[in-house]
Design a protein around this ligand. Sequence first.
Ligand code: MGD
Ligand code: MGD
Ligand code: MO
Length: 762
Amino acid sequence: MAKQRSDKPEIKPFTGPAGGWGSVRSLAEILPREQVTPDALLQLGRQNKPHGFMCVSCAWPKPADHHPAEFCEEGAKATAWELTTLRTTPEFFQQHTLTELRSWKDYDLEQHGRLTHPLRYDAATDKYVACSWDEAFDAIGAALRPVDPKSVAFYSSGRTSLEASYMYGLMARMFGNQNLPDSSNMCHESTSVGLKAAIGVPVGTTRLADFEACDAIFFFGQNVGSNAPRMLHDLRSARKRGVEIITFNPLKERGLERFTDPQNPIEMVTGGETQISTQYHQVKAGGDIAAMLGIAKFVIEWDDAARAVGDPAVLDHDFIAQHTKDFHAFADVARAAAWEDIERESGLERSALEQAARVYAKAKAVLAIYGMGLTQHVKGVENVRMVVNLLLLRGNIGKPGAGPTPVRGHSNVQGQRTVGITEKTELVPVDKLRELYGFDPPTEKGLDTVETCRGVIDGSVKAVIGLGGNFLRAVPETAAMEEAWPRLDLSVQIATKLNRNHLFAGKVTYLLPCLGRIEGDVQASGPQAVSVEDSTSCIHGSRGNARPASPHLLSEPRIVAEIAKRILPPNPRIDWDHWVGDYARIRDAIEATYPAVFKDFNQRLFTPGGFWKGNKASERIWQTPSGKAEFLAPTGLSATGFADAEGRFRLMTLRSNDQFNTTIYGYHDRFRGVKGTRDVLFINRADMAAAGVSEGQIVALESDAGDGIARRRDGLIVTPYDIPRGCLGAYYPEANVLMPVEHHAEESHVPAAKSVPVRIRA
Ligand SMILES: Nc1nc2c(c(=O)[nH]1)N[C@H]1C(S)=C(S)[C@@H](COP(=O)(O)OP(=O)(O)OC[C@H]3O[C@@H](n4cnc5c(=O)[nH]c(N)nc54)[C@H](O)[C@@H]3O)O[C@H]1N2
Ligand SMILES: Nc1nc2c(c(=O)[nH]1)N[C@H]1C(S)=C(S)[C@@H](COP(=O)(O)OP(=O)(O)OC[C@H]3O[C@@H](n4cnc5c(=O)[nH]c(N)nc54)[C@H](O)[C@@H]3O)O[C@H]1N2
Ligand SMILES: [Mo]
């Protein structure tokens, strides 16, 4: 196994473009490192194509007219990660106690390869031991049946298919709760809450074709080169048409600067590249409300001036009058905002915002693309509302080339919500479930991720089932969560590889290995397909056919069914085994539950480019209480939720280009010039001087949340970086130990991972 971490880490600026030979070289390193199966390369050829499998990495849409290779560097890494020949067997667990494994790095844990057998934790030896599936399911049933359903949480990762998600949500509700926290709760829940309130749909309104019809793109807080690289093709062709791309990001992310298309031989040979952003604004972390308000202020005041002298209006007044509510209240706040406040809070000069506003005012159709840089703040929902405010000013929703375009994370995170993974009753077709299955679905709101964390810490949550994910590592408040986890009566994790969550046992603990999406899944009726929904609400079938990592693996739907059979009384209207025997029957059940979205689900499963579930806001039908799209005046200019103070920094917790969430592929963050380490503290040179620390010095960060709880991350290498003053960057998940569980977005409860209050300790 290639040694990745080095004693002498190297940190120096990277000068290449995103994509290009760098990504080819990176691939050439990954495939051998993962020691992939011989057919992994064949599998790459099936990635994201109709009748192939849908990438297990990001949720960016898979086009109908695909490239010969419709995968990116990151997608190939994800495929290689799943198709590795390395195995974490029962013999491995005989050799290592959990106490020992807790001293390992995340990278080393997963690098041992795929889990092969169902495992039970044995407290006497502090080890996992192999067990039979029946033993595991019976024990889980026995542990769950007596407990109060309200004290059980059913977590799931957004990678889980529509089929498994539907069954999982149904099982939880029949069991008696809707404690269905999922990764969306840490991610785009600010979108689901903000867009729903503003325009009546919880998702973006745009599709791939809109990239061909826009004439400007406003891009906030999303690191496309690392986290949704296939979008670079869409951005590149937009740029070739002369579309302006105006980016707001505290960091100069390479994918947002320039891109060489690895699939374009001429660009590759000539070193040609496309400049992506035409304006790059290094907004302060948490400064986007101020920045967007500044743009809105310009546009509104230009409109005021134009109308005063009888010139053509700058705003789309017909649209505003016909389709929106509360424009005047918003416009008054924008007019009244003081430039010095906007400049201070955004960290941007008025002239820079004027440049951006000029593009906005001229463009006929504007896409607003955004990611975690907006959603993961205390005012994350207001950030999303500001995006909508800006778009509404010129009717930029519900016409070609225009609209909010949140970039979802996991490949099916949006779809999970569509089929019932939610703690919110209003999102569930309660009557339909009652009619179809003859039970009374719970109506009490369930626990989301933050509430589940609280419950684990205070002891009110007594059992957690994890359908994928690395919950304990992904959530805030690492220390208290790890301390509390062993008090759980039951901890069950369904996973493909060993991760840190698995090293914390409850009183009864099982680790259940499952098939990945790329692997062949054969049930009674033959080979099965599953389905996922992408960021633009298109639903795709996905068929795996790689050889499973072990003969002992079960599919996620099967595992859910076996648990359901153990914890629920028999119900003549649901035959779980029959469903698992042919996933088309699960899809029929999904269609019966959500007939409008999933009409003819099985017939449409392999529609090239996916089938679109529709979007009322894109037709300018606003399913809000007022029946209009709603402006919302921001309550303040900063999204951080805390006051600035001498020595207090805003810490952004970041993904490297060599990780998928808590899965660490390697120790290189190529685009940011980091090699051989993740223990990096990105800091502005001027702040280094002010804090009295020097380049390469090892420092600690301490929580400065003012709640009296000590939180500390040691061993960070001071790394001067092009980052706004007052802001710091460090890698997630290692930095999560600094995040208070109560530091989250106000309405959506998304942990505020992009501005954590910290102090530097030399
Ligand atoms: N390869 C790879 N792909 C992934 C993932 C992965 O880990 N690896 N994760 C998947 C998942 S689940 C998700 S949710 C997405 C995440 O993808 P992104 O949404 O890109 O999330 P992050 O990488 O956390 O960082 C977001 C960006 O926001 C910027 N930022 C931070 N604070 C602010 C701010 O206050 N304002 C603005 N304007 N920008 C800010 C950061 O500099 C960074 O460029 O990617 C998905 N795809
Ligand atoms: N500080 C900070 N914290 C964050 C974030 C941040 O930006 N900053 N981002 C948040 C976001 S957006 C997210 S989405 C979360 C996600 O955080 P995670 O929960 O880490 O994300 P996953 O990628 O779902 O989980 C990885 C694990 O899933 C398992 N797995 C992989 N494939 C499969 C499969 O096919 N089936 C099953 N059952 N298991 C599988 C593997 O065992 C692997 O260890 O982290 C959140 N936490
Ligand atoms: Mo995410």
